[in-house]
Design a protein around this ligand. Structure first.
Ligand SMILES: [Fe+2]
Length: 251
């Protein structure tokens, strides 16, 4: 059962006065660090999403070369697994199919919420999955390279990635967790990897939060820690913007 987000930041205080910029930014950093994600609500018309996100780092283009992406259903994509349609997705971290380090942060903001049911972004702290594994098993995920494929939808747009990465990786002293329920290729007989994807999905289904959007609301999360997904929806005019924020270039 989906829970309400527990890391919510309002742009206005109890008297409906806007929070000072410095207070908003400080609270945002605290929540992001503690909980791995922040849902920003009561966002005023004047809020500049792009300028706010640029303080987190450089934007990283998507596989199709877009820097500030539009997430809108594409009518020819309803029959495949793809972000640009109205079907549900399954839990994943972003960029598992890229070569190199996945985006450090992800952000989505709402141009037009879906009317009617569905369309929530869902999210779970990956640590809730990893704590089911022993130190020895986690070491296996640091040491073992797996194959990751890209989605059918991207393949139809001419983008096909194949990458090889471990599930866990240390980058600049931080742990990067890659996960995909459907695109991590589980080798024949690898019971540990099988358990990771199956238990990962179960824990996700039981424990995720579901973010419902109002206009201009934004969700920002650590893509090295959080898994995300999406519920199905009907409204073809639902419109979100998406930005990926790159890992800092290490010295
Ligand atoms: Fe995604």
């Amino acid at each position: 059962m989906a829970k309400m987000p527990d890391s919510v930041l309002s742009c206005s205080d109890v008297n409906n006065d806007p929070l000072p910029d410095s207070v908003l930014k400080y609270a945002f950093r605290q929540l992001l660090g503690n909980n791995g994600y922040v849902q920003i609500v009561n966002v005023p018309d004047s809020f500049d999403h792009v300028a706010f996100l640029k303080e987190l780092g450089d934007f990283q283009p998507t596989p199709t070369g877009t820097v500030i992406g539009d997430l809108k259903p594409e009518s020819d994509m309803d029959d495949v697994y793809h972000a640009q349609n109205r079907r549900p997705l399954v839990p994943h971290t972003e960029g598992y199919e890229f070569r190199g380090t996945p985006p450090r942060y992800m952000a989505l903001w709402c141009v037009k919420p879906a009317s009617g049911l569905g369309g929530e972004t869902t999210m779970l702290d990956g640590n809730r999955i990893l704590r089911e594994f022993t130190e020895e098993e986690k070491q296996h995920f640091l040491d073992t390279t797996y194959e990751w494929k890209s989605t059918e939808g991207l393949a139809r747009r001419g983008v096909q990635h194949h990458a090889e990465h471990p599930v866990l990786e240390e980058v600049d002293g931080e742990l990067v967790f890659r996960f995909s329920y459907n695109n991590l290729v589980v080798p024949e007989g690898d019971e540990l990897a099988r358990r990771l994807v199956e238990r990962g999905k179960e824990i996700y289904d039981e424990g995720h939060v579901a973010v419902q959007y109002e206009e201009r609301d934004m969700i920002v999360w650590s893509n090295w820690r959080m898994l995300h997904s999406r519920n199905a929806f009907d409204d073809p005019s639902r419109h979100l913007k998406r930005v990926q924020i790159a890992a800092p270039i290490s010295a």
